[in-house]
Write a protein that binds this ligand. Structure first.
Ligand code: C5P
Length: 380
């Protein structure tokens, strides 16, 4: 090998004549062997560097060679977003942890397949700073609810509104130590004479709708209210500490509530609306159109043009409460669909216009009750 190198070295220097012993020849050999060592050193260095790099690169991707088996697998699992119906990922036979401290919890999976398949805990019932942007299908569906109104820029309108109201959701997630009991009180005449007042008042949240009066109806309808759901054309002043939940049907409704809580420039939409509204600003919430459409798609299944306000409130409760009890829904024992405070001739507003499908909604209520997700107090 050295001979070869010598030959190569000699060749490369171009000196020497094939003999040995002269000073020039000796000097040439020394220089040659130095070059050999330098070359060998470089080769070793290149080899070691490439070895190091290959190990480092593998390590950068996963450090597989250092990790116990299955480590990479568990890391991949962690990348699955936790909000993908986490409770539905567990195998069907695995013991489920209770989601609340009530005897029965709305959020507990595995009680009804129908409910579990349709229930989506990830859509917020409240429209907040965190979900201003509507998915495009929701936006187009929502702006067509009252198509005669030209939409304003949602972004701008909500930005202004959230300077007046908090724009945050006050509701937490499931808590195995909590039992939040809610009464959803519809406006049916079947409340008259039913004597549910004290039962209704015994709930943590008491949710009422539109004009629903309590004064004079305490025995049957109760006297406490924590949430009152209204749209602009049905809005009335509320007592302190009651949360006004606005159900918006158009962007003008968002402009109206901003105005009604500040400057008062709006007095009319398709009907006269309150110029100023006396409600607790810090407790105003806006019903999320995405949640509205979710109810229409998954629960009322496009029966009726859109769900009744009562349905919206019922599903709102099913998404923020642990136990839901339902009062004042449906016909009375004589088949009348009037309000509990009046013999309204056109009680069928809700039933006859075709906007809502009252019969289908009644079926859903029955099915929820059968599934153990709500208890219905039938009234008189
Ligand atoms: O009539 P109003 O829409 O104000 O009533 C509130 C809700 O109560 C309705 O949207 C409907 O869901 C429910 N309701 C009912 N039966 C009635 C009257 C109202 O189920 N007779």
């Amino acid at each position: 090998m050295s001979g070869g190198v010598v030959v190569g070295g000699g060749g490369s220097t171009g000196v020497g004549n094939g003999g040995g012993g002269s000073g020039t020849e000796k000097g040439g050999r020394v220089r040659c062997s130095r070059r050999i060592w330098v070359l060998l050193g470089s080769l070793v260095l290149v080899f070691l560097t490439s070895l190091f790099l290959s190990v480092s690169l593998r390590g950068g991707v996963g450090f597989n060679y250092l990790e116990p088996p299955g480590w990479e697998e568990s890391r991949r699992v962690k990348l699955v977003p936790s909000y993908v119906g986490a409770h539905r990922l567990s195998p069907p036979d695995a013991p489920q942890q209770k989601t609340c401290a009530c005897p029965r919890c709305v959020g507990d999976p595995g009680v009804s397949d129908w409910f579990d398949e349709n229930y989506d805990p990830d859509i917020s019932p409240v429209w907040t700073r965190d979900n201003v942007q509507l998915p495009s299908d929701v936006y187009y569906w929502w702006v067509m609810l009252q198509p005669q109104f030209k939409p304003h820029s949602i972004q701008q309108v909500l930005l202004r509104l959230f300077q007046v109201i908090p724009g945050r959701s006050p509701y937490g997630s499931w808590d195995p130590g909590r039992c939040l009991r809610c009464a959803v009180v519809g406006n049916s005449g079947n409340l008259r004479g039913a004597g549910y007042g004290a039962t209704i008042d015994g709930h943590n949240y008491i949710m009422r709708i539109n004009l629903a009066p309590t004064v004079g109806y305490e025995e049957d309808a109760g006297s406490h209210t924590t949430h009152h759901f209204m749209y602009p054309e049905s809005a009335k002043n509320l007592a302190a500490n009651v949360s006004f939940v606005l159900v918006p049907f158009k962007t003008l409704d968002l402009v109206w509530i901003t105005s009604a809580l500040s400057t008062g420039q709006i007095r009319f939409t398709y009907a006269p609306v309150k110029q100023f509204l006396r409600v607790d600003k810090d407790k105003v919430q806006i019903f999320n159109p995405a949640f509205f459409k979710y109810i229409h798609d998954r629960w009322t299944r496009h029966h009726g043009r859109y769900p009744s306000t009562g349905m919206l409130v019922l599903f709102f409760a099913l998404h923020v409460c642990d136990e839901v009890n339902v009062f004042g829904f449906g016909a009375d024992s004589r088949g009348n669909w009037h309000h509990y405070w009046e013999q309204n001739r056109y009680s069928g507003e809700f039933r006859k216009t075709g906007v809502h499908d009252a019969d289908y909604e009644a079926q859903i209520i029955q099915r929820l009750a059968k599934a153990g997700k709500i208890t219905v107090f039938p009234g008189k």
